[in-house]
Design a protein around this ligand. Sequence first.
Ligand code: AMP
Length: 178
Amino acid sequence: MTGADDLKALVRTIPDFPKPGIQFRDITTLLLDRSGFARTVELLAASVGGPVDLVAAIDARGFAIGGALAEKLGAGLLLVRKDGKLPGASIAEDYALEYGSDRLTIHVDACTPGARVLVVDDLIATGGTAAATVRLVRRAGGNVVGARFVIDLPDLGGSAALRADGVDAVSLMSFDGD
Ligand code: AMP
């Protein structure tokens, strides 16, 4: 059976992408491996204790993980999209990047008030992306019941910040020192 250590070996590290000094943790190699992909979704599903109405999956690698996880959990799928992609009336949250800022959006009617929402992405680093998603879901009236990631970069503090905000944040593996 594929454990979390085997899954970690399926993540490819590409140095200096997208810029010098960044170790890019590439999950495309994990997704290509049929048992690795299946095991990733199984382990994430097993880490979820209570009922989930919606998985809020973050553009774009979060869609792959979040879509499969939503189906396994019997939940709906809420696509959290980069600015300018959604066709209907939307709400937006900005978040800081190392240089400048970016914006995430959801449809105003994407989340029923009180819906139990699980936030999902491939990786959490500084946590800005996930925190903006949590703010969007809460503004829409959703109840964030947790956040799940394949990879945590704990030294960048994002998962600790989410937990400090009361979000049950869990990742399958971590890379220290990034
Ligand atoms: P952050 O908002 O800093 O937590 O960054 C998380 C988002 O950026 C996720 O959507 C990741 O896909 C992407 N990301 C940030 N750092 C890395 C990295 N070292 N390797 C791969 N993806 C990353």
